[in-house]
Structure formats: C-alpha cells, structure tokens
Design a binder for this molecule. Structure first.
Ligand code: AMP
Ligand code: GLY
Length: 411
C-alpha cells in the first residue's frame, strides 16, 4: 500500500516509523516531513498546498492519507481528499470542530451528558465583565478557536483576569479565535490523555498517556506543546475506568446522532477530579508528544488499523501491546518556548538498541543536520514499566548534542 502522512513533527515521524514497519507498506510519503524521516520513508516531499497534495496522491496512486496536525483537519483537507475518492484518516471539517471550536465541543458534551467543567460564553467585554462579576472563584478562560496552544488562561487574581479580558476583547491579541470566550469552572486533579480510533462502526481504545505541559521541572514555568510523556498514564481506579468507557461511548454515539462521519483518532484530554473523570478538551488528531510514547508500544499492524478506520471497516475490540510502557523526553532549543534560537549543528552518537529518536525542529543545511528551534527531538524508550523506560531514556540522552539544548529531567 502507498501511504501519505501529512505533517512535519515528532508525531508524524512516529506515525511514519510505525506505518513503515507494516509488511503492507509499499511506499510511505511524508509532506512536508523532516530530515529524520528519511530513514523510515521513501519520500519527504517538502511543503505542499492542498491542490498539490491532491495531485501527488493521484500521480503516485496513494491509497491512504493520514493527516497529523489539527490545522489542515480544521481547514477541511480531509474533505478535499475524500472528494477525490481517497481514503483519509482524520475527520472532515465538521468533525474537526470538536477541536477547532471549544464552544462546539462544550455544546456537544452538554448535549450528550459527557462530564465536563461548567461553562458560560461571552462575545464582548461587557458580557465577559458581567460573567466575571457573578463568578464564584476564579474561572479558566478559553478562546473559542484554534490558538496554537495559546488560547487557555488560568488567572490567579481578579487583576489578571481583567488583563486577559482586555487582551482578548480590546487588544484583540488572539484575532478571530478570541471572538467568543469561554468561562470555565476551574477543576483540580491529575490529567490524562485517552486515545480512541473511531469510525461509523464503533471505536477502539488505543491507550493512555500523560503529558508534561509546563516547561520546567516540577511543572513550573510557561506552557509548552508538551515536554515529555509517559504511556500508559497512571492507572485509573475501577470507577474511573467505567467513566472512561462511558465517555468514549457517549462521544461515539454523539457523533452518530449528529450524523458526523468521523473517521480518525479522538484524543480526549481529561482531568481526574474528586467528582470523577471530566473532559477538558477533545483533540481530533494524535497528541504530540503522546504519540511518541504510545504508538510504538502497540503490537498490532498500525497501517491496517489506520486504513480500516479510514475506510469505515469494523474496528477491533482492543489492541495488544509489545511494550508495557514508554517514556518520551523532548529535547528543546535554547529559549523555547519564549524565544527563537539560531540554528545549531547537531551531533548524534549511537543509542542503545530500541531507543528511538524522532525529529521535529531539524533541517539539513549544506548537508549538515541542524537544530532550528522549538522542540527539536523526542527521545523515547520502552520497557516493561515506566521506571525502567525512564532510566533507559535518560541513560541515552547525552548521545544527542547541540549547543543550548535542554530537557526536563523529571518526565
Ligand atoms: P485545553 O487546551 O482545554 O486542554 O487546556 C490546556 C490546559 O489548561 C489543560 O491541559 C489543563 O492543564 C488546563 N485546563 C483547561 N481547562 C481547565 C479547567 N477547566 N480547569 C483546570 N485546568 C484546566
Ligand atoms: N501534547 C498535547 C497535544 O498534543 O495537544
């Protein structure tokens, strides 16, 4: 089978790696891709527009397209490709609203009794100030649209809250993403990411992971795209497992009842509160860096699972795992996430067998591998349990070297 993966980060590198392992993978294309993927795929295409992707798919007889990031999904790339008769893993524009619009996601959760934080909506400064005045305690503020991870605020004082309102409604710092603002009840508890493959026929629970979103050790510092993950996350209690199953079922049935033909992965961001599991958000794609520690653990043929999901075939009741646990540590450039770094030459020394390195912020410049900023690499190790996987990953981390690199030591 000829497959195209859309995206350029550590998540897409992991997808390309897992798909390439399938005996059914004939040729794997990645667009735009990154230099690390050259080891596991046939072709890294570089940046392409949707019409160019359609042309590539036709010319190369690609049978399955897997869309990695949320922006092309929210933009309707899956619909464009499906209209050309291609099988696509990833929801169309309507299903992608579960991530693309937090208001849509909240209304969906309320309609189908999916446990979540209480919410109020404001569309201008006066409404927002009225809600804030009547709010019991401090809310979480969320911009409705995609905001590249910058649309959620957890103000610690009324002054901070007012300054967020000014930024959104007066200084328009989030543009159209901030046209509708959600006030959410602030929940407390550890977070967990749950993954389910889903199409019209049903869903398959793929597993869990726990992200480390803050930049510095001890969960301090600014928010990032995620500095590392463990998979599985800490075990849920028997009651929480029942709740997780109900959340997945209600999500699946909600999509059926709304007539949304959703074929892809649903990433449920949940919080383990004293009142049980509550959904914080839906994502309509694999997590980054959750995928790096989760997907290579799965023993089933990933390509066949993705294809079946995309084609609307009957999904299996569950998956089996080849590794008990995975730990992923992201290695970032100097200044991430606050400022951009200049390109730095990378030296890669040999790693222990089975320890995987996925690229994100790398480029080849004059034939040399360079770190060009952000989260540059994900280093991942697997073992029977999280403790062993963690010690394996940190034992290998000094084999990646570039000036200014840093990582969290407490994943
Ligand atoms: P989201 O993009 O909605 O997942 O929000 C990003 C992060 O903000 C989450 O991973 C949580 O750490 C935090 N967060 C979001 N909603 C809430 C909430 N209602 N209560 C407490 N923390 C929240
Ligand atoms: N690591 C968080 C995300 O992928 O949304």
């Amino acid at each position: 089978m000829r497959v195209l993966i859309v995206g350029a980060g550590g998540r897409e590198h992991t997808l390309a790696f897992c798909v390439s392992k399938s005996p059914h993978a004939q040729k794997v294309y990645v667009s735009p891709g990154n230099p690390g993927m050259e080891d596991v795929t046939t072709t890294v295409t570089g940046e392409m527009s949707p019409p160019e992707l359609v042309e590539l798919v036709k010319k190369e007889h690609i049978e399955l397209v897997v869309i990695g990031p949320e922006q092309p999904l929210v933009g309707g790339l899956a619909d464009i490709l499906r209209d050309e008769g291609v099988s696509v893993f990833g929801p169309g524009r309507e299903g992608a609203k579960l991530e693309g619009s937090k208001a849509f996601a909240k209304e969906f959760m309320e309609e189908f009794s999916i446990p979540t934080a209480k919410v109020s909506f404001a569309s201008n400064l006066d409404e927002a100030r009225d809600i804030a005045r009547d709010w019991n305690g401090l809310p979480v503020l969320k911009a409705d649209g995609l905001a590249a991870g910058k649309g959620v605020f957890l103000p610690d004082s009324l002054e901070e809250l007012e300054s967020v309102l000014m930024d959104i409604f007066v200084h328009r710092k989030l543009g159209s993403s901030g046209e509708c603002l959600l006030f959410e009840e602030r929940l407390f508890g550890p977070e967990i990411s749950l993954f389910m493959l889903r199409n019209e026929t049903g869903f398959t629970y793929l597993g869990s992971a726990r992200d480390h979103k803050r930049a510095y050790e001890g969960d301090l510092g600014p928010n990032t795209g995620g500095m590392g993950t463990i998979s599985p996350a800490e075990e849920l209690s028997p009651e929480e497992k029942v709740q997780a199953q109900q959340i997945m079922e209600k999500t699946h049935n909600g999509l059926l009842s709304r007539g949304i033909d959703y074929r892809g992965i649903i990433f449920i961001g949940a919080m383990r509160t004293e009142d049980g599991l509550k959904v914080l958000e839906y994502n309509v794609r694999f997590g980054d860096p959750e995928t790096q520690s989760l997907l290579p653990r799965v023993d089933d043929d990933i390509l066949l699972l993705l294809k079946k999901t995309a084609e609307g075939g009957k999904l299996p009741a569950g998956v089996s795992y080849r590794h008990g646990a995975g730990v992923c540590v992201c290695i970032a450039s100097e200044g991430y996430p606050l400022k951009a770094a200049s390109a730095q030459k990378v030296t890669l020394l040999p790693r222990d067998e089975g320890v995987l390195l996925f690229h994100a912020g790398t480029k080849k410049i004059d034939g040399e591998l360079m770190a060009v900023g952000g989260r540059v690499f994900s280093l991942v190790a697997f073992a029977d349990n999280v403790e062993q996987a963690r010690s394996r990953v940190y034992k290998n981390i000094d084999n990646i070297q570039f000036a200014g690199m840093w990582y969290r030591k407490d994943i």
